[in-house]
Design a binder for this molecule. Structure first.
Ligand SMILES: Nc1ncnc2c1ncn2[C@@H]1O[C@H](COP(=O)(O)OP(=O)(O)O)[C@@H](O)[C@H]1O
Ligand SMILES: [Mg+2]
Length: 394
């Protein structure tokens, strides 16, 4: 089929050609968005799942829903090691500028901007494109201790949103990369907000370890957050994720081909897009058939090995690589930490620091006490393919 019309070609961002499934999460979000506008409280949502399941795509969709409903939204992607305060200030500045356009919110946004100014100077930060021409407010959000300043700031923003008759939605992606004290402060701020009648919503997304990280940071995080699990798509949704974009282009795909793709990808969204892309380019006939899907596997796997998998593996040190390869040799996982230690001829304790390092890089996590699993679906197959069957690549 004509590669120029390939609907699965990777475009800007990761927006899929057909957004499949996820009805429950989107419905909950829709309700929370509407409730916030009528001043009702909502639990914060933290979407948890492996790499490539569609968390970012969901957060983007929720942001769009919130904005369409009249919220002012701030979307932050947490990079490794950057302070939350630094990420927040320009976004809050922007959100408050938007809120200040509403006449009846002028006074409250002015107050919030003053709090932001205090906050920014306490943390020695710049404000983004526009400077803050307001005076700081002494005693508000200016202690330099994030756990006490962030709640002040969130409350001021919430008050401004309320005065504007709107709501403020904060979305944070890759929450596992927030520094421990930043995550703790975020939880405190959301907790404080939840005790006030303010139209503020929070949606986060991250790797499965975020649940434990949040609980470690503040024990009440468990009650504060709802943790929807984002996993592979249901088979019917996976089929429409592939079939719909093809049919939208006036082409078709056989059921056998779809089943082959579901089998190969285990319905993981990232893999589905990759398989769809390859199948389209390979197909010579009028419809994509099972033989095309089988052939696509080879090309898709090569692309994943050189991209999706490789970028993750490249971030590990030689010792960390040795650890994950030992995991892969034990099968698909989850793995007992003690079994990995045994395979490496070390003790569970001595491997502790190495294990924590790989966890903080977002490569593995602990699904339950003493267990370890990969955060990237089918990563074990990748390691076996490239470093065990063909060890010269290591
Ligand atoms: N609901 C969905 N339907 C179809 N494709 C999806 C869906 N969710 C995600 N994808 C595709 O999967 C890939 C990974 O999505 P992304 O949101 O980046 O995953 P994550 O943030 O969990 O790592 C993207 O190419 C995206 O287009
Ligand atoms: Mg993501």
């Amino acid at each position: 089929m004509d590669p120029v019309r390939n609907p699965f070609a990777p475009g800007a961002g990761s927006r899929p050609p057909e957004f499949a499934g996820r009805d429950a999460i989107l419905n909950d979000a829709e309700i929370a968005i509407k409730r916030a506008l009528i001043g009702k409280q909502n639990r914060s949502q933290m979407l948890l799942g492996l790499r490539g399941v569609g968390k970012t795509v969901l957060l983007n969709k929720i942001e769009e829903m919130a904005e369409n409903a009249g919220h002012v939204a701030s979307f932050i992607e947490a990079p490794e090691g950057r302070p939350l305060s630094e990420l927040l200030v320009p976004k809050l500045n922007h959100a408050l500028r938007k809120l200040s356009l509403t006449e009846q919110a002028k006074a409250k946004t002015h107050q919030a901007l003053r709090a932001l100014r205090s906050f920014a100077s306490a943390f020695k930060l710049s404000y983004g494109e526009t400077t803050l021409s307001v005076d700081p407010e002494v005693g508000i959000a200016d202690s330099g201790d994030l756990e006490s300043d962030l709640p002040d700031l969130f409350i001021r923003v919430g008050e401004a949103a309320k005065a504007a008759g709107k709501a403020w939605t904060l979305l944070i992606d890759e929450v596992q990369y927030l520094r421990t004290k930043d995550l703790a402060a975020l939880i405190v701020a959301l907790h404080k907000i939840s005790q006030k009648e303010l139209p503020v919503l929070f949606f986060g997304a991250g790797l499965p370890q975020v649940a434990a990280l949040s609980g470690d940071a503040k024990s009440y995080a468990e009650r504060l957050f709802h943790y929807p699990a984002v996993g592979p798509l249901l088979p019917d949704d996976a089929k429409s994720a592939i079939r719909q974009p093809i049919e939208d282009e006036g082409e078709s795909i056989s059921d056998d081909a779809l089943n082959e793709i579901l089998f190969q990808t285990k319905c993981y969204p990232y893999f589905l897009q990759e398989w769809g892309y390859q199948c389209w380019n390979i197909a010579q006939g009028p419809r994509i058939d099972a033989a095309d899907a089988k052939q696509a596997a080879e090309e898709a796997t090569r692309r994943l090995d050189d991209g999706f998998f490789k970028v993750r593996f490249d971030r590990l040190t030689p010792k960390e690589r040795e650890y994950v390869i030992a995991m892969a040799k034990l099968g698909p996982g989850p793995y007992r930490s003690s079994d990995i230690a045994e395979a490496l001829g070390e003790t569970h304790q001595s491997l502790g620091p190495r294990r924590s390092q790989i966890i903080s890089k977002g490569m593995i996590y602990s699904p339950s006490h003493g267990d370890i699993a990969f955060t990237v679906p089918m990563f074990n197959d990748y390691l076996i393919r490239n470093f065990v069957d063909r060890p010269y690549r290591a």
